[in-house]
Write a protein that binds this ligand. Structure first.
Ligand code: LLP
Length: 429
């Protein structure tokens, strides 16, 4: 799962005590484990080795340069969705040939930038976008490659905000329109349309929706071949799960067991596979450290008011997402044996873990059984490495938090804490 564990009642990331990190850089603070990042990437690569896929890390989920650099060093390509993400991935040393670029609203400037960098693949999401891409490529006299993003119309059984592959989704085009799309654009001289891309949603905690959508994509590839459209690339979007609770998600090997058998002979016949996992690499590799500023009672409820909130980690308030929260230092009898919604331990009390913002929806954990908390306690919010810092904001003019990367017994700051000056640096009176 990850490299965060309790030792003598004190939470450690690999060999470093979380409390020492908080003492050194203060809170709120995101802490990432290099070993967990490496472990998740390597396990995915090994599980899918027989397909020899290009694994493109989804930059959107955690885009710090140090993390992109670490994954680039392991051979990862990059799944990007904006000019800014292309820029980041390049700054981190990524090879643009290994970039795949999705997104429903690519601007002309972003398309020009991506063409200039000679990125590997555009994942095109509408007819109008293809026409625009082809026009810009022709004007610049350059050639590029594209995949059509299709909606396999499979229900991934996830939050409606992160369901992407249903027929009525804003992403991609319906399966039924795919053939017409290739008839219109499949012979473009500047944009070689040779791929199929799909993403059904995330996180997806069972393998069945994947299998169903891969089978639909393969049937489409056969239909296209029969009409003379050769598909050489199948790009499977992210969505592999993460452990917000212990053992919640299938392992990489289990996803592979379901998907590899139907793809193996296609790969042998020359089909290239791209995978776009983000969360399953980064989510368990990060925690958020926050300090309890105050405790108070309102009516029957106990509140722990922290220095992190929805501006630091949006997922609980935005998606109602569960993140396990526990004190960084606790009595040995209170060390949790697993991360779960309900723990049976002595002396716990029902607590609302909330942030400092002027919003009732500003919380990290609702109605949670926790050891009694006092002012100054440090809390860890687990599985915060994906869509944590990446979705953080400066709402209520709180500077963005610091990010730290642990590797073995060492840790280093990979993004400094912002200052008040940073808050106003682009503003003019
Ligand atoms: N590929 C495409 C085309 C995507 O749109 C996404 C995520 C991924 C790959 C990566 O999915 P992953 O492996 O990370 O699940 N903010 C939400 C998640 C939004 C996902 C958007 N697309 C959350 O916090 O759950």
């Amino acid at each position: 799962m990850d490299d965060f564990h309790y030792q003598d009642g004190s939470l450690c990331c690999e060999e470093v005590r979380a409390a020492d990190i908080a003492r050194s850089v203060s809170t709120p603070c995101y802490v990432y484990s290099a070993a967990t990042l490496r472990g998740h990437f390597t396990r995915l690569r090994e599980a899918f080795a027989s397909l020899n896929p290009l694994i493109c890390y989804s930059v959107k989920c955690c885009s710090n340069l140090a993390i992109l650099r670490l994954l680039t060093g392991l051979g990862a390509g990059m799944d990007v969705v904006s000019g800014g993400e292309i820029f980041r991935a390049l700054q981190a040393g990524g090879d643009p040939k290994k970039f795949v670029y999705a997104g429903v609203g690519k601007s002309d400037a972003e398309i020009r930038f991506a063409l200039d960098q000679e990125i590997g693949l555009f994942n095109v999401e509408s007819e109008m976008e293809f026409e625009n891409l082809a026009r810009i490529a022709r004007d610049r006299g350059v050639r590029t490659r594209a995949a059509l993003r299709i909606n396999p119309d499979v229900d991934p059984k996830t939050h409606r905000y992160t369901t992407t592959g249903k027929r009525e989704s804003k992403f991609g085009v319906d399966l039924e329109r795919a053939m017409a799309f290739f008839r219109s654009f499949g012979h473009d001289p500047f944009v070689a349309l040779r791929g199929i891309h799909l993403h059904i949603g995330s996180p997806v905690y069972s393998t069945a929706p994947y299998l169903e959508s891969v089978l639909k994509a393969l049937a489409l590839i056969d239909d296209l071949a029969a009409q003379g459209f050769e598909i050489d690339t199948l790009d499977l979007g992210g969505g592999f799960g993460a452990d917000y609770e212990s053992d919640q998600s299938p392992l990489a090997a289990e996803y592979a067991r379901a998907i590899v058998p139907v793809l193996q002979d296609r790969v042998a016949r020359g089909l290239c596979i791209i995978l776009e996992p983000g969360r399953s690499i980064a989510a368990n590799a990060g925690i958020l450290l926050t300090r309890v500023e105050y405790v108070k009672r309102s009516g029957d409820r106990n509140f722990a008011i922290c220095d992190a909130g929805m501006h630091t980690l949006l997922r609980p308030s935005h998606y109602g997402a569960f993140h396990f929260v526990w004190p960084v230092e606790c009595d040995a009898s209170l060390v949790p044996s697993r991360r779960a919604r309900e723990l049976i331990l002595p002396g716990l009390q029902r607590t609302e873990v909330v942030g400092p913002l002027c919003e009732t929806g500003d919380f990290l954990a609702e109605d949670r059984m926790l050891p009694p908390l006092v002012r100054g306690d440090l809390l860890a919010v687990f599985t915060a490495g994906a869509y944590g810092m990446a979705m953080a904001s400066r709402y209520n003019s709180h500077p963005l938090p610091v990010e730290v990367l642990v590797d073995g017994a060492a840790f280093r700051v990979i993004r400094s804490r912002e200052t008040y000056e940073d808050l106003i640096q682009h503003e003019r009176v």
